[in-house]
Design a protein around this ligand. Sequence first.
Ligand SMILES: NC(=O)c1ccc[n+]([C@@H]2O[C@H](COP(=O)([O-])OP(=O)(O)OC[C@H]3O[C@@H](n4cnc5c(N)ncnc54)[C@H](OP(=O)(O)O)[C@@H]3O)[C@@H](O)[C@H]2O)c1
Length: 235
Amino acid sequence: MSKDKKVALVTGGNRGIGYELVKQLALKDFKVILTSRHPETGHEATQELMKSNLDVSFVVMDVDNPESIRQAAIIVKELYGRLDVLINNAGVYLDENKKVVAMDPSILEITMATNFFGAYYCLRSFMPIMEKQGYGRIINVSSEYGALSEMSDPGVGAYKLSKLALNGLTRLVAAEVKGDIKINAVDPGWVSSDMGGPSAPRTPEQAAKSILWLATIGPEGPNGEFFRDGNRIDW
Ligand SMILES: NC(=O)c1ccc[n+]([C@@H]2O[C@H](COP(=O)([O-])OP(=O)(O)OC[C@H]3O[C@@H](n4cnc5c(N)ncnc54)[C@H](OP(=O)(O)O)[C@@H]3O)[C@@H](O)[C@H]2O)c1
């Protein structure tokens, strides 16, 4: 690996939007670490991308498990000694037609564990690498469901609350961070992945394109904002 090559890491990179993010980052000449909670699916996805000569490697990481995240950060530090881009993409959507107070609380707990605490523990483990080098670009893959205005409509409570908290975390960390580190949230739109289903109008490729401009913003770029297709969203 060239010493100057920037390193990017994507959570939940084995399928859907995450897989496309890995592919497009590699096409932009990043060294990309594809992470997945399952070794088999992670290796398979990485092999597939390597067939096209893309500079992708695999590290196992379950974002529901802070120890797994901590171990992954140790590996990244040892192998590459840097991390320039972190994309918190891994997510679950488990409560389509349920009311938040009536649903099994474990649905809310699992959703928060993955969509909110997963990103939170990734920040705790990977931001010190960025702080040390004085540079980092962090993107939290959120959803328009995380806008405060969405709470006025019933349903999808666990998912909405997890993304609302993720958006809040984005803004809070942006206010606290020092050096040339930018953290922003993005709504990828309705995307035809396993989560979005086959009727969704956007492809994972289009979604990844709408996200990745934030990976290369300059020091004057946005920090603590929420975007869709490059436009700021009110939250
Ligand atoms: N699709 C949409 O319409 C849409 C809209 C708005 C926002 N988003 C957001 O976009 C992101 C990606 O969604 P997607 O559509 O690509 O969904 P997807 O096709 O269901 O893929 C979800 C990814 O997250 C991974 N994941 C789930 N729990 C994990 C855990 N504990 N540890 C590590 N990885 C985990 C999955 O891994 P496994 O294969 O191991 O399950 C998979 O790689 C999510 O944050 C989602 O909320 C999607």
